[in-house]
Write a protein that binds this ligand. Sequence first.
Ligand code: GLA
Length: 730
Amino acid sequence: MSVYIDEKKCMFCLKTKNTEYQMKADEYGVLKHLWYGKIVNTDMSYLLEYPDVGFSGNPYCAGNDRTYSLNTLPVEYSCEGTGDYRISAVSVIHSNGSNALDLRYKGYSIKKGKYSIKGLPSVYANETEAETLEIILEDTASDIEVVLRYGVLEKLDIITRSAVIRNRGTSTVTLNKAASLCLDIPYGEWEWINFHGRHTMERIPERKPLFHGIQESSSTRGTSSHHQNPSVVLCSSDCTEQYGECIGIFFVYSGSFQTQIEYDQLRQTRLTMGIHPDLFTWRLLSGEEFETPEAVMTYSVSGFSQMSHNFHKVIRENICRGKYKLIERPVLINNWEATYFDFDAEKILNIAKEASKLGVDMLVLDDGWFGKRNGDCSGLGDWFVNENKIQGGLGKLVQNVKSLGMRFGIWFEPEMISEDSDLYRSHPDWAIKIPGRQPVRGRYQLLLDMSRQDVQDYLYNVICNILKSADISYIKWDMNRSISDWYSANLSSERQGELPHRYMLGLYALLERLTSEFPDVLFEGCSGGGGRFDAGMLYYCPQIWCSDDTDAFERTMIQYGTSFIYPISTVGSHVSTVPNHQTGRITPIETRAVTAMAGSFGYELDLGTLSEKEKADVALQIKKFKKFGSLIHGGKYYRLSNPLKDNNALWSYVSDDKKEVLVHGVIFRTEPNMKRMTVKLCGLEPDGYYQIEDTLEVYTGSALMKGGMLLPAPWGDYTPVEFYLKRLEK
Ligand code: GLA
């Protein structure tokens, strides 16, 4: 049991293995937030203070009590227009034009198992894994109800949040904001981490103290974006990988989002996360309801490492779905950086031939196989094989690849349309653009209006036809621009503000149809690399191409940031050629391999161009990945250094039983005339004896964690690091 209720006190308590979350409805029915942290087993309302703070008004029900103010109290879901001047979680316009909302406690219910959300991805868990608490709040003046939903996954220390906004009144209201989560923390001094970036440099963690006022991390691009990730961490100022308090939150949504943190006049912290309100309105007719996407939280008392472990487990086991979620992923060879658009069937087959000799499992045919697509100006939408390039058709090519003992995967960018395409010529109205305006092009292309059923049906049919025309085992689902010019010919003017969210609902509906129709196909997400790397996409695609930057050095930073929230098995990562195509940098092939192994491993170059020695290296790398794959994807991942600051990037994978440890990394720069570096390991059995496989040296877990282990003496730049240790039986 994880939901505890004291009806007399109107107190709600969610307990997980190591954490506790408390709320209480007070004498006025205001649902206050009391606690999210370590298990305390005490009503924490004694910590609340009721100061008479100037310019903090008092609700009518409090009479002349100047100490009771919604502007100073921690509330569970904050409203607008009724005296709380901090960030609101929800904002509505009533039929008379007013915007006030005053939510008071109405009731609750508990259910076994975890709630789900209509049309949206969310954490799934069965009745033995989770419990759901729903608390109903209402604004009596307008008959608007808000249901706060909490999914409690006790063993994983995870609490999920979502809200339902119901119009039980008689007239239409417009919803302008509906956050998935509001978290008021009246105590503590917090810092925050957001994950920012750009195309080819995603999810770089940036940690800052809070300033008084509102700080924000958000995207208005219609996608979760390369630029800010829909995830955030609040941490104590002394928080490190292994020590200190932190609260991590990620959003299970792939569209525009907003995370705001307000540090108020009383040094209290409020955090909200949800769909970005600038690109959102929703008309709620009488009797209708709106369900928000989900936000997922965890609290760790032992630093970022524990937070990441909790998130890795819940994403891997309770968000990712399908056949591939826990099994070994195929080692891929992707032709993109080897050929770009310049290929034909023969060239592709030659790449496959070389790859098959070295042990690669699957060939992925990237962009350019369809329509008139010899560059990026045309062809998107025409998902029909271009037989001038793929002579003899896809069936023949797939057959040939299969006869090499390999499987076959293929690239799509379904949400896009090129103006120079047959699809655009026959359905110009399917593209997102505003009548009377020239649309913004991104990579020369426009977007399809995914809110339309006819567009979804077209895409479903053409993708099904391709998948049924040959034995295809994998799809790379790409999306290569940000969205603008929001307008749908299918929506009335008063509903145009719903399009960004309806786009997401349409995309998810299509992905749901296709992933259920083809349960054996592995879907990999992509958006110019990691522009839509979020838990929403991971519900359909258990792996996502992490970045278009394949440079091993840069990747250590991108993957470092990504690992705070997302498990290693979700990170698409390939060895590419040198000089690297994004940076011109040259790194050793072993270095590229240890870096790419921190993910769903593969290659993205013409293996035929390698020397015999390099080919032998590749064959060995693939063998290694097969040997260590389950430890890498299934073990606990530890960040052992910070590549943004240190002269190295080091990380390790430790099996759950602590018997096996793989340390991987890169020493960036060699310093002459210098002693060797050390690294302190994590998560070992302190009293266990660990033997390094290559050197047979034996050390105790305690020594390796407290004193560390010596790294190899580096030579040249970007020296790879690899140690495999096994615990000796006593
Ligand atoms: C995006 C992807 C690349 C590749 C190209 C093809 O940029 O991230 O991996 O598929 O599109 O156009």
